[in-house]
Write a protein that binds this ligand. Structure first.
Ligand code: ADP
Ligand code: MG
Length: 399
């Protein structure tokens, strides 16, 4: 083969990928409802924390008097609320939000060097779930996903039209532009996802080339800025008051993206896949954690107070081997293990087809059984509750 052959094959791959993506996006444009599909029955809303029938009716009357419009049926009845309606009701009731208790966002870096462990899947599904889980809605969590993986899988799930081809406004590019202001980041780099209130800073394939010239770029373009702190200093410190939970996803490489993820985070969140080969690889990464931490300390980086959260992903409780891995994980990680795990469910895989999360997918466009989707949603909500509670515990220890 010569260069022309590579050009030809690369070109075909580009075209094919564009075709797949175009198909998915055209399909969504044609069939997806314009607004976020999730609705909550009046009964459900009345049973949410800090609400009751009286509280909901009073808030509705006050909101309508002030000009707020709930979507009613022709006969004037209201059978369900949109996600925004529920937020408006909580606001009317003056229930404190996350941001009223915490001035800065919590940063969770989903990491494990084992590819396929479920970093991306957990990272994007969890943030949509934390935002919409009925018992957490009152927190009005503003979510942000920062995609550091040049493969851009998180971007693909959250904002599929950005995930193909060159993208000028990626997290990696923002890391290498220290003059960007908060306003410029919010305007150019932060994109809405299909769940209102959850945003993404995308990745793109050409970000990968940065790893080969990282230190030179730090010297030449950033005036010698500390190379492990670019994510923290050039993005997160600027946006920490605009978002409540920030999740970071990266690829399975021991590189500067990974080290920047560790430095920027309050907690390292590690999905542990229980099948033997995957579990062994995950343990190997865990066993190297101490080396990574020592290395960072030698670079004068403060790692005090950084936390670790482990959980099983792709877990099937009836498989003995999986139970054995769970025991092993509990022995190694002790109370750092979450009590919730993410089971192995077709819903998580199938949403990859339409480039959605199990929360953002419009059920009318989901090609599997409804009960399969419901199982995946219930599982990620259980995970979100457990994960969120853990972040609150860590927060309380930080202050
Ligand atoms: N809980 C789960 N149940 C079923 N499939 C899963 C689950 N978590 C992840 N997967 C699938 O496993 C594959 C790898 O997951 P991914 O999140 O991309 O891993 P990573 O980001 O660690 O490389 C994907 O095809 C994904 O759909
Ligand atoms: Mg990934």
């Amino acid at each position: 083969m010569d260069l022309a052959d590579f050009d030809l094959i690369s070109g075909r791959a580009d075209t094919y990928l564009d075709g797949i993506n175009k198909h998915v996006n055209d399909y969504k444009d044609e069939f997806r409802k314009p607004d976020f599909h999730m609705r909550y029955s009046k009964k459900t809303v009345e049973s949410m924390p800090y609400l009751s029938r009286n509280a909901v009716e009073k808030a509705m009357a006050q909101l309508e008097e002030a000009g707020y419009e709930f979507k009613r049926k022709a006969n004037g009845n209201l059978d369900s609320f949109s996600f925004e309606d529920v937020i408006a009701i909580y606001e009317q009731r003056k229930v404190p939000k996350y941001r009223d208790q915490h001035s800065k966002g919590f940063v969770a870096y989903f990491n494990n060097l084992k590819g396929g462990a479920g970093k991306t899947s957990a990272c994007v599904n969890a943030i949509h779930a934390i935002r919409t889980e009925p018992s957490l809605i009152h927190q009005d969590i503003r979510g942000l996903v920062i995609d550091l993986d040049p493969q851009a899988s998180a971007t693909m799930f959250l904002k599929s039209n950005l995930s193909v081809g060159g993208q000028p406004f990626t997290a990696a590019k923002a890391m290498f532009n220290k003059n960007l202001t908060r306003e410029e980041l919010l305007r150019d780099y932060v994109f809405e996802t299909d769940v209102p209130g959850v945003y993404v800073i995308p990745a793109a394939i050409d970000d990968a080339f940065l790893t080969t010239s990282w230190l030179e770029e730090c010297e030449d373009s950033l005036g010698g800025q500390e190379p492990h702190s670019l994510l923290k200093e050039n993005i997160i410190d600027k946006l920490q008051c605009d978002f409540d939970i920030i999740t970071v996803d990266s690829g399975p490489h021991m590189d500067y993206f990974l080290l920047n993820g560790i430095v920027a985070s309050d907690a390292l969140v590690m999905p542990l896949p229980p099948s033997p080969v995957d579990f062994h690889s995950s343990l190997k990464y865990l066993s190297q954690m101490k080396v990574l931490m020592r290395y960072l300390m030698e670079q004068d980086i403060d790692i005090e107070g950084k936390e670790l959260i482990g959980f099983m992903n792709k877990f099937s409780p009836h498989i003995l081997q999986h139970q054995e891995s769970l025991s092993g994980a509990t022995i190694c990680l002790g109370e750092k293990m979450l009590d919730a795990h993410i089971p192995e469910l077709s819903g998580f895989q199938r949403c990859g087809v339409t480039l959605d999360t199990v929360i953002s997918v419009d059920p009318t466009m989901y090609d599997g059984g409804r009960s399969a989707l419901k199982s995946a949603q219930d599982a990620i909500y259980a995970f979100a509750r457990s994960f969120f509670a853990r972040t609150q515990l860590i927060r309380s220890r930080q202050s």
